[in-house]
Design a protein around this ligand. Structure first.
Ligand SMILES: [Zn+2]
Length: 314
């Protein structure tokens, strides 16, 4: 067994046992001894199959996330290509627009009447250099213009058109938030029908389903990262906050997720109305000590959570 296999097996057992615990205590109805892919809900009796369970990084590994959960290979691949790419690419663009040290940005350069493809490289000490290659440009035209180019000539720079699709960037934020909620609460919350909209959104990134205005950049310190309950009456939902870290920057993101109390469209709508009216308002978050409460194995905590959900749903 490789190190990766051991890790997969450990995560598999942790969430399988969580599912068993919930079933044994009649908190949910399901079949025992399974791991259910949080994205497509496919049931797995072990980590190997035609569509094996794979380590999933939430947030994406390239943005500082850790592989603490599993999704099936199909979901892992599809979401990676179709969704996560847009988030990593946007953060790269935001970084590069500031020309940080140790970076490389593709640009179009207009010299005279000709446009060439080039690269701007910023070195360790901040020195900025512009590169162009004969391979990516018309060699003769490039030669001609370069000969004419004198010191002090102003050249026009244009960034390449972004490949980022804004909606898909949002779905990537949604995916990371959702997987962090699964990591923390196991199966007690996500199997509820109020979460179907998230799974449908992640599996159908071409169609907008999840309400807009569900994410924001919280003005909080890094220590507040985690998944919280918003306990204000009528606004009950989950808030997942996490850092996205690149080589050059670090940003906090927050996303609202449903609870089995109110449909998420309603909650996000109300939260946005409130924000427009009041510009600033306080939300009651619970728990503030992220690591102190275990919702995977500790039956008393899980039961207390179910009691709270039931009371609020009335
Ligand atoms: Zn899946």
């Amino acid at each position: 067994m490789t190190k990766g296999d051991k890790k997969r097996q450990k995560i598999f057992e942790k969430y399988r046992d969580n599912l068993n615990l919930l079933i044994e205590n009649s908190l949910i109805e399901e079949t025992k001894e399974l791991f259910i892919c949080p994205i497509c809900l496919e049931k797995h009796a072990d980590i190997t199959s035609d569509n094996p369970l794979t380590l999933e990084d939430a947030p994406p590994k390239s943005l500082g996330g850790k592989a603490n959960t599993l999704t099936c290979k199909k979901c892992n691949n599809t979401c990676g290509h179709q969704i996560d790419f847009h988030l990593t690419e946007r953060l790269r663009e935001l970084d590069n627009a500031k020309f940080p040290n140790n970076s490389e940005t593709k640009v179009r350069i207009k010299i005279g009447n000709e446009t060439f493809n080039g690269k701007i490289k910023v070195e360790n000490d901040g020195t900025m250099k512009m590169f162009h290659s004969k391979k990516n440009n018309h060699p003769e035209k490039l030669e001609e213009e370069m000969v004419e180019l004198k010191a002090g000539t102003i050249v026009d720079l244009n960034f390449l058109k972004s490949r980022v699709i804004p909606e898909k960037l949002e779905y990537a934020i949604l995916k990371s938030a959702y997987l962090l909620a699964f990591e923390k609460f196991g199966y007690s919350l996500i199997l509820d029908k109020n979460f179907n909209i998230i799974r449908e959104q992640l599996l159908n990134p071409e169609e907008r389903l999840y309400p807009s205005g569900f994410w924001f950049t919280p003005p909080y310190p890094k220590e507040l990262c985690g998944v919280y309950f918003i306990c204000d009456k009528g606004l009950e939902c989950l808030l997942a906050m996490f850092m996205l870290e690149t080589e050059h920057s670090s940003r906090m993101f927050g996303a609202f997720l449903p609870l089995p109390i109110n449909p998420i469209e309603e909650v996000v709508g109300k939260l946005n109305d409130k924000l427009n009216e009041e510009k600033e308002f306080k939300l009651s978050l619970y728990p503030m000590e992220q690591d102190e409460i275990d919702y995977i194995e500790d039956l008393e905590n899980i039961k207390a959570m179910f009691r709270w959900l039931e009371q609020r749903a009335k």
